[in-house]
Design a binder for this molecule. Sequence first.
Ligand SMILES: [Ca+2]
Length: 324
Amino acid sequence: MFKSAKKIIITTVLAMPLLSCNQSLFGVSSGQAPRFEVPLPTEDAPPPDTQPPTPVLTCPAATNPNVYISSVDFSGIQDCRQWSYLDSTGTRMTYAVSNKRWVGSEANSMISNFGSHPGNNSDAIRRWTSPAAGNIRITGSVSDGSGTCGTDGVDIVIKKGSSILWQTTIAANDVRGGDYDLPTSVVAGDVIDFVVNKKIDNTCDSTNFDPKITFSPLGSPPPPAPPITCRDNMIALWDKVTLNTAGATITDLGGYKVFYKMGATGTYTNVRLADPDNTSFRINNLIPGNTYFVALKSFRVVNGTDIDSAQTADVSFNLPACPP
Ligand SMILES: [Ca+2]
């Protein structure tokens, strides 16, 4: 049984501001002390009268219909502004109104306006589907969004259909991350997937990933060429090694070693990557305006000792210089 709410009346005497005689303060004629009625809590609080209202989900209108920005276009409606939200099993996520994010079928699989978090058994995929034939330019950056609690980081892939346009690995706590600027052509229905994979562990894998797509329908001028921007990093990519030198399938590949140096006569720096499934490495802290040379080895580990492959030939890459 509910007890009726008691009320208490608090009367206060406030220092009154200067008011003319026909003004009032809080609906009380000047010169009187304001009165506030405050209900006291009852011993048995009644249940709320109604459920909270369900927000009306709307698809935001576009300022420029050919510019798609995932955070600006974000909504609780699948396919709004060409964006959809799914996991790598192909299952579309469901929208959680309470915290304004898309959630997958397993714990911690989710996509918000600015980023994604992969599940333990599936990747989180933000997808853009082309409305028509044309050219697009995909720009943005990706970085760790989980503070300092991550473990092994995430693998990032941007794909058109099954073709990889760009990929990188974001280490745990890498708040700088990497940038992408990808021009490509599309036909109606082509999908661009922005994929976040947990690597081994999905603990604290929140990832800032807010791409922008500028769409130029066929018949309009192609998007401008990406500007040459000053860079201090580059990404080495390679195909996974599956065979040994005798042509037999390898079952004990230990990983890869990346060798890089500044200038043809520079001294190699060597990075050992003990992950046979990892086929990319971002080399940071380089000096813009220089040519770098990169080579690779694969290796097996036998009785605690690395058995390296031969080293590949160098591949060179010129890092654009910074503007003066
Ligand atoms: Ca991880």
